[in-house]
Design a protein around this ligand. Structure first.
Ligand SMILES: Nc1nc2c(ncn2[C@@H]2O[C@H](COP(=O)(O)OP(=O)(O)OP(=O)(O)O)[C@@H](O)[C@H]2O)c(=O)[nH]1
Length: 308
């Protein structure tokens, strides 16, 4: 398939920035500004986006209209954000950002030349323009992430699964790369619930999900899409490699030492594996994986079955 050359979507962020005299394709050197003008301009520009990377990148570029920098780093661990701009250099000025007591991350400015007192004061003044937009962008990011995650197992939810699958299948086709999926289900899970209660059932779900994540390279590709059903998306993975991953996951759950009331609980999973065929739809891929899972269950559970 040929990649689209034209898009009908409008990037509102970019359009707004352009109206404010700031386009993504910036000239190499921007006109210097004084502190008051730069702060005013920053306040306007930083409000144009809810994307943390965009806001922090914009801040780095604009600050240099007043204060030369070689690099800047930003991190916010709980949001899994670590951004680096420019190249490492010897001197640094670091700030712990907070807004009304709320932690907003750490920002470090770097340069080969020491920062003087006046520059530090100016940096602090400019940082004030960053706080509100950054806080809003972090909140937005958290909201998006929680809308796409299953809170019990901290894996992707069904919406995330559908979005990611669609995107990855299109990419696989465009780049002529293989893609496989593993659909898996905990064996006799109903018995665990019936015998030990739903609380224990929930804990078992978490333990299985953690085992899957620990045994996979890209933990963002695990989705819980039904009660005790998970999907593992393996981009760039052919049938044989997917079978190896499936076996690794099966063994991982089998080896899980899960104790209930001091007694070990025997846990196992059944898996169905399907590899994307040329021109195949997402629905058909999932159907084949589901059929393979059904075969694994029918043939005795605790096994992997490959779709034809
Ligand atoms: N604790 C808990 N149980 C759930 C959750 N979602 C679904 N279930 C239960 O999962 C069980 C699924 O049972 P079945 O579909 O019969 O499958 P099974 O007992 O695993 O049997 P096989 O799949 O055939 O091996 C049901 O008892 C559901 O109530 C959940 O979020 N927490």
């Amino acid at each position: 398939m040929v990649p689209p050359t034209q898009s009908n979507t409008i990037d509102f962020d970019a359009a707004k920035l352009q109206r404010l005299g700031f386009s993504g394709k910036r000239p190499p050197k921007l006109r210097p500004l004084n502190l008051v003008d730069l702060r005013r301009q920053l306040t306007l520009q930083l409000q144009t986006s809810l994307d943390v990377e965009r806001i922090v990148g914009l801040f780095f570029a604009e600050v240099q209209r007043l204060i030369p920098l070689d690099a800047m780093a930003y991190q916010h661990q709980s949001s899994d954000l670590r951004l680096e701009y420019g190249s490492r250099s010897s001197h640094s000025a670091g700030y712990r950002l907070t807004h009304e007591g709320e932690y907003l991350g750490e920002l470090i400015f770097r340069r080969n030349q020491r920062f003087d007192e006046q520059e530090l004061n100016q940096l602090e003044s400019l940082l004030a323009a960053l706080l509100y937009p950054l806080r809003n962008a972090l909140l937005y990011r958290a909201a998006i992430q929680s809308a796409l995650r299953d809170p019990l197992t901290d894996t992707g939810n069904r919406i995330a699964m559908e979005q990611t699958l669609q995107r990855e299948v299109e990419l696989a086709r465009r780049n002529l790369q293989p893609l496989s999926v593993l659909m898996l289900d905990i064996d006799h899970f109903k018995r665990i619930n019936d015998e030990f209660g739903h609380g224990t059932g929930d804990e078992v779900l978490k333990a299985v999900a953690n085992t899957l994540k620990a045994r996979l390279r890209n933990v963002d590709m695990v989705f819980r899409f039904g009660g005790e059903e998970f999907l593992v998306l393996l981009s760039g993975t052919c049938r044989e490699a997917a079978a190896l991953v499936g076996e690794r996951l099966r063994m991982g759950v089998l080896e899980l030492q899960y104790l209930v009331q001091g007694r070990p609980l025997d846990l196992s999973i059944s898996l169905g594996c399907a590899t994307l065929l040329p021109a195949e739809s997402v629905e058909s891929l999932l159907r084949r994986a589901d059929n393979a899972l059904y075969v694994a269950k029918r043939e005795g559970r605790n096994r992997l079955s490959m779709a034809g």
